[in-house]
Design a protein around this ligand. Structure first.
Ligand code: UT7
Length: 367
């Protein structure tokens, strides 16, 4: 059975920075409160022309570059997002098209902030089953579009950004070893975005009632998160037959520093072994784990051979953890430049649209 190695990684965040002081001009809050209660100092906010697909594509291109893999060699793209571009088509299909990943099947997976763990596990399972060789997993968010900038309970927390992993099959032991996935739908109302779906399709009323904004019972989510972070980590470790002492790093979902500290206490681990960067990006939901990982690798913290647990929680409610041994790119002789495939992808996409138009025109005449 092949192993599923993480061979590429990339992130992309919008340039505009929104500080706590900036938010204090919008709602009754202040920098000190936000830092004390969450650990967040600032977050990135997408520009008008930035979307989950554009940020996702930028992160994927970087991940493909690290893996030295052409978009045309990708078999599967799983995108996970709490702020997808549309209900459908899937954001994964937009990314597939923009990357020029002509061979890839692409779909979205929705598990809120736990999405990246669920999606990476699904991609790893597809590789381990032998049915595919190369997968792209991308978590990408423009949550700022769904934040109520008058609600101080939520608007202080979230930020925009994207992170991606390339997973590849290899006979060498390493990569993803185990994962646990959990859900408890009874807590769905603790963190939700109720408007715009089939229950509350967009009407003037739903807009006025604020149903198209993120709604959260912060305390309930906090209590749930502090319970499950350590327990999920222990479960994933047991499934991999690893002990806490074997771990070099825990990469947790970046929601609140107090939740991460509670997890560290529950695991009796020092905070030094937790990768934390939420002070600069806030909670980027599905993108937070890959963004934190990419920064830790780029700073030389995470190194080949390191044993890591990725752990997260989110709306649904969902929670999960995954163990992996970090390996890095599979050595190859040739060098791949993924960017030009984007141009090829654009030309191909345009040609297909023109062809569909012509086909439609002649079909109409025939009927
Ligand atoms: O990906 C998952 C996403 N969600 C989460 O991870 C959320 C988890 N929950 C949390 O992170 C925390 O519950 C919050 C950061 C949302 C809130 O922190 P808290 O320590 O639970 O505060 P609280 O709701 O207990 O509020 C304490 C006080 C209240 O005032 P009173 O009633 O004690 O007078 C709030 O009204 O702080 C007040 N408060 C604020 N004050 C200044 C609430 N939000 C703010 C604010 N600025 N932004």
């Amino acid at each position: 059975m092949p192993y599923a190695h993480i061979t590429g990684w990339g992130m992309a965040v919008p340039e505009p920075v929104l500080t706590n002081d900036d938010i204090s001009k919008l709602v009754d809050t202040n920098d000190e409160w936000i830092r004390d209660r969450t650990g967040i100092r600032e977050r990135r906010i997408a520009r008008e022309n930035e979307y989950p697909s554009t940020l996702g594509v930028a992160a994927c291109i970087k991940a493909l570059k690290v893996a030295n893999l052409a978009p045309t060699d990708v078999d599967l793209i799983i995108c996970t997002s709490s702020s997808p571009e549309y209900i459908f088509p899937a954001t994964a299909c937009l990314i597939q098209d923009q990357l020029g990943a002509t061979k890839a099947g692409a779909f979205d997976l929705l598990a809120a902030c736990t999405g990246f763990i669920f999606a990476t596990n699904m991609a790893a399972q597809a590789i381990r089953s032998g049915s595919i060789k190369n997968a792209l997993v991308v978590g990408t968010e423009t949550l700022s579009r769904f934040v109520n900038w008058k609600d101080r309970n939520t608007c202080i927390l979230f930020g925009d950004g994207a992170g991606a992993f390339v997973l590849q099959a290899s006979d060498t032991p390493g990569g993803v070893y185990s994962a646990v996935m959990h859900s408890d739908g009874s807590g769905g109302d603790a963190l939700s975005l109720p408007g715009g779906g089939a229950r509350y399709p967009a009407t003037e009323e739903t807009v006025l009632e604020g149903k198209h904004y993120i709604q959260m019972d912060g305390k309930a989510v906090f209590r749930f998160a502090t319970r499950v972070m350590a327990s999920a980590t222990k479960e994933a470790l047991a499934a991999a037959k690893w002990k806490v002492e074997d771990l070099q790093w825990v990469v947790p979902h970046q929601a609140n520093i107090r939740i991460i500290e509670a997890a560290a206490r529950g695991l009796e681990m020092s905070m030094d072994r937790f990768v934390v960067n939420l002070e600069r990006y806030g909670n980027t939901s599905t993108a937070s784990i890959p963004i934190a990982t990419v920064e830790a690798v780029e700073k030389g913290k995470i190194k080949p051979g390191d044993k890591i647990v990725f752990v997260g929680f989110g709306g649904g409610l969902t929670w999960g953890a995954m163990t992996a041994e970090w390996t890095g790119p599979i050595p190859t002789k040739h060098h791949v430049y993924p960017e030009p495939y984007r141009w090829f992808g654009r030309i191909r996409s345009l040609a297909r649209r023109i062809w569909r138009y012509i086909e439609g025109f002649f079909n109409r005449r025939e009927l």
